[in-house]
Design a protein around this ligand. Structure first.
Ligand SMILES: [Zn+2]
Length: 423
C-alpha cells in the first residue's frame, strides 16, 4: 500500500510526501500511489505521542472532579475500577483512541487493568502503544503473587496484537507496590529489555512518606531497588530534587510531565523543566488519564507545559514553542524507541496534517508557535500512523465513530451499575 500526501507545507514550503511500507519513502516527488491525499494548504507535522495515560479512564471523565489525588483515587476511582471487565475496558479504550486520532495522536504509553481490552482497541484502530498491566500489591504477598503471575502471562503472549502494540511493565508507584515486587519488576525489565512505566514524585506527601519510610528520596529509592535505567519512564516528577534529576539524567531515564493533570489535582508544585533540561534529562509529555484532565488533547499539554515553565522561572524564553512541540514528537520518539518525530526519508510515516487557516491560527506567522499556543486538537485534519490513514478530513477511516461513542456510553452505565452507584 502506497500513499502520496500531495504538497502540504513542510517547514513552510510545499513538499509532497510519498509513503510506502509504513515509511516515508520519498520527499518532493509526486509518484503514483494507491491513495492520494490532496494536502495543498495544509501543514504536515510528525504526529503526537502521549507519554503517560490510562486510556480507558475516559469512563471516569467528569467523575470525581475537584478532589485531591488520594481522595479521588480512594473514594471515586479504585472502588469502581474493581468492577471493570475486559470488554468495558475495550469499549473505553476505543473511545480514548478515537479522541487521540482526532487530535493527531498516534502513540500512547498506557498503564491500566485488563491489558487485552486496550490491546484489542489499539490493534483495531491502528495506532501504536506501549501497554502495561498496572501492578499494585499494597504490600500484600498474596496480591503480589497474583500480580507477578499476571505480568508473566501478559509477557508470554505479548506478540498476538501485532507490531503496533508493545509491552511495558507498569508498577503503579512506590507507595502502592512493595519493595520486593519493585525489585522483581526491575529484574524482569533487565531480563526482557522492557520499559518500566511508573508514577514518581507526583505529590509532596509521596516524597515525605518515602523519606520517612526509606530515609531517602523517591528516585534514589527506585535506584536502590534497581529500577533506574534508560528503560525507566517516570510520570510526573513534579517534586524531584536537583540531585534526583541528575541521577535520572545520568541513567538515561525519561520523565513524562503531565501539566494539566498536575494542575487539576493541585499537586502543589510545577515540574522543574529548566533544571531537567540543564541536566540533560529526557522529558516527554503526557495527558494522564481523562479522569484527571479531562481530555486527551496534547495541544493543551504543549501549551500548559510551556506556560508553566515560563511562569515558574519568570523567564518567557524558557521552554519555547519548538521545544514544547519536541516533547510530544522527537523527544518522545527517542524515549519510547519509535523512530518517528521527523519528516525525513526512511522515518516511520506517523504524521498529521493540520489546518492552520482557522480563526484562532490566523494570521499565521509561525506554524509551530501556532500549534503550541493557538491551535486545538480540532485543527487536525488528517492523521496517519505507520503509513495507514486513520482519519482524513476529520472523518475516521478505521472505525465507526458514532458506534464507538454509543458503546462507550453503554460501558460507562454498565460499569457504574455494577459498582452500585452512578457517575
Ligand atoms: Zn497517571
Amino acid at each position: 500500500m502506497s500513499l502520496l500526501v500531495r504538497d502540504p507545507f513542510v517547514d513552510g514550503r510545499p513538499l509532497s510526501i510519498y509513503v510506502e511500507g509504513g515509511r516515508i519513502a520519498a520527499l518532493g516527488e509526486d509518484r503514483p500511489a494507491d491513495r492520494v491525499i490532496d494536502a495543498r494548504g495544509l501543514h504536515a507535522f510528525p504526529s503526537l505521542a502521549n507519554g503517560h495515560t490510562h486510556a480507558a479512564m475516559v469512563l471516569f471523565r467528569g467523575s470525581g472532579d475537584d478532589l485531591p489525588l488520594m481522595a479521588w483515587l480512594t473514594e471515586k476511582i479504585w472502588p469502581v475500577e474493581r468492577h471493570l471487565t475486559e470488554d468495558i475496558v475495550y469499549r473505553a479504550a476505543r473511545l480514548a483512541i478515537l479522541e487521540m486520532i482526532r487530535g493527531g495522536t498516534t502513540y500512547f504509553m498506557d498503564m491500566y487493568w485488563h491489558r487485552d481490552g486496550v490491546a484489542r482497541a489499539v490493534k483495531e484502530m491502528g495506532v501504536r502503544a506501549h501497554l502495561s498491566e498496572v501492578f499494585i500489591d499494597m504490600g500484600d504477598p498474596a496480591r503480589a503473587r497474583a500480580q507477578r503471575e499476571r505480568t508473566q502471562a501478559r509477557l508470554a503472549d505479548a506478540d498476538r496484537f501485532g507490531p503496533r502494540v508493545r509491552t511495558a511493565l507498569g508498577p503503579h508507584a512506590i507507595y502502592t507496590v512493595s519493595d520486593e515486587s519493585l525489585q522483581w519488576i526491575g529484574e524482569m525489565s533487565r531480563r526482557h529489555g522492557l520499559i518500566v512505566h511508573t508514577h514518581l514524585s507526583e505529590t509532596r506527601e509521596e516524597v515525605e512518606a518515602c523519606r520517612a519510610r526509606t530515609g531517602t528520596t523517591p528516585a534514589r529509592h527506585l535506584e536502590r531497588l534497581g529500577l533506574v535505567s534508560e528503560r525507566l519512564v517516570a510520570a510526573h516528577g513534579v517534586w524531584l530534587s536537583d540531585e534526583e534529576i541528575v541521577l535520572l539524567a545520568g541513567a538515561g531515564a525519561t520523565v513524562v510531565t503531565n501539566p494539566v493533570s498536575n494542575l487539576k489535582l493541585a499537586v502543589g508544585g510545577i515540574f522543574p523543566y529548566r533544571e531537567a533540561r540543564r541536566a540533560g534529562l529526557r522529558v516527554a509529555l503526557g495527558t494522564d488519564g481523562a479522569g484527571s484532565n479531562n481530555n486527551l488533547d496534547l495541544f493543551e499539554e504543549m501549551k500548559f507545559a510551556a506556560l508553566l515553565a515560563k511562569h515558574r522561572t519568570g523567564d518567557p524564553t524558557c521552554l519555547p514553542a519548538r521545544e514544547a512541540f519536541a516533547l510530544a514528537t522527537t523527544a518522545a520518539a527517542g524515549a519510547f524507541g519509535l523512530g518517528s518525530g521527523r519528516i525525513e526519508t526512511g522515518a516511520p510515516a506517523d504524521l498529521m496534517l493540520v489546518d492552520l487557516s482557522a480563526p484562532e491560527t490566523t494570521p499565521l506567522n509561525d506554524p509551530v508557535g501556532a500549534l503550541v499556543y493557538a491551535a486545538h486538537a480540532s485543527c487536525v485534519h488528517t492523521t496517519i500512523c505507520d503509513g495507514e490513514v486513520l482519519m482524513e478530513n476529520r472523518r475516521l477511516s478505521v472505525a465507526d465513530e458514532d458506534e464507538i461513542i454509543a458503546a462507550a456510553r453503554d460501558a460507562t452505565r454498565e460499569l457504574f451499575a455494577r459498582a452500585g452507584g452512578s457517575a
